[in-house]
Design a protein around this ligand. Structure first.
Ligand SMILES: C[S@@+](CC[C@H](N)C(=O)[O-])C[C@H]1O[C@@H](n2cnc3c(N)ncnc32)[C@H](O)[C@@H]1O
Length: 306
């Protein structure tokens, strides 16, 4: 494995939101990654407190397990946060008493590792899986989905305005096996518009979201988490693009200011379960932006279970 590097984003702001100094309560880190947020939580909670942390990526699990090996009050689980209810039940935990954090998206390690296929600037097989045991890879989507399915994914998850052209070019040129083949094809099939981002950025984001079912998983889990949290537990959500943030904002709003909404289970409509701690998202500080550029797109939303 390449050396594991991840720069934890808004560590202080996220962990401060949990109010966990000397706490005996139960906390959950849904996205362990390199263990940056988890380590800070462990430094703060009491010996009687407990942290349960999830990841699906073997590189992250191996690295974070080593980093946190001296702490007894953490349970690291190799599994998707989607199954949080089952995993907590297996540990005999009925309620999350302290709080939950999500640091969404991919780690720096995943994005930059040359063999993981997330990056359009490093040649690698089209992979993009967070979970190396999963069958579906980006290759399957690019080479097997029909043109209309590709258009939908690029539009929905990438908000790519040239979805149709790109999908058509992909279908004509298949098989496409590597990240560079795909990014060249995108570059050649779209007009040369002035933009700060590489022309393949949006399609790569869309493929990553589809491979890992990121938005669906986050939505389903957040709905579960709201019910697993005890009164006063904190839910802290760190997102990195507008689709994630919109989803976080929408769900928090529905549960803090309920209105009829088809996304929320009917039985729970009109039930106020959350209080927003911040109405506007918290952004990374100037100091952090200077040392950790990826933090520029981070948005933190915090709510309390009531
Ligand atoms: C941005 S990183 C977290 C970094 C971490 N907070 C730190 O400071 O080191 C996000 C992590 O979430 C993991 N992840 C994504 N989807 C997941 C899921 N459904 N279940 C568990 N972990 C997931 C990814 O594998 C990745 O390691």
């Amino acid at each position: 494995m390449e050396k594991f590097i991840h720069y934890t984003v808004m560590k202080k702001e996220v962990v401060d939101s949990l109010n966990c100094y000397n706490s005996d309560k139960i906390f959950v880190d849904c996205t362990l990654g390199g263990g940056g947020h988890s380590e800070e939580i462990l430094k703060r909670i009491s010996k009687k407190g407990l942290l349960v942390a999830f990841d699906v990526d073997d590189d992250a699990l191996n690295y974070a397990s080593m980093r946190l090996k001296n702490y007894d009050n953490i349970k690291i689980i190799k599994g998707s946060y989607v199954d949080i209810d089952k995993h907590l039940a297996d540990l005999g935990i009925e309620k999350i008493t302290g709080g939950v954090i999500f640091d969404l998206g991919a780690s720096y390690h995943q994005l930059t590792s040359k063999d993981r296929g997330f990056s359009f600037s490093k040649d690698a097989p089209l992979d993009m899986r967070f979970n190396q045991d999963q069958k579906l890879k980006a290759w399957d989507i690019v080479n097997k989905y029909n043109e209309q399915q590709l258009v939908e994914i690029f539009s929905k998850y990438g908000e790519e305005r040239f979805s149709k052209r790109i999908a058509r070019a992909i279908v004509q040129k298949r098989p496409i096996n590597t990240t560079l083949q795909l990014s060249e094809l995108i570059k050649n099939s779209t007009p040369n518009v002035k933009s700060k981002i590489h022309p393949a950025t949006r399609v790569f984001q869309a493929l990553r979201i589809e491979v890992n079912q990121e938005l669906l998983n986050f939505e389903n889990t957040l709905l579960k988490v709201i019910n697993l949290c005890d009164v006063n537990a904190i839910i802290s959500l760190l997102s990195f693009h507008s689709l994630e943030d919109r989803l976080a904002k929408h769900i928090l709003k529905q549960y803090s200011n309920p209105k009829s909404d088809s996304r929320i289970p009917f039985i729970e409509q009109n039930e106020k379960k959350l209080e927003l701690i911040n109405k506007k998202p918290i952004l990374a500080s100037k100091e952090e932006l200077e040392i950790n550029p990826p933090s520029r797109s981070a948005k933190l939303r915090i709510a309390k279970r009531i």
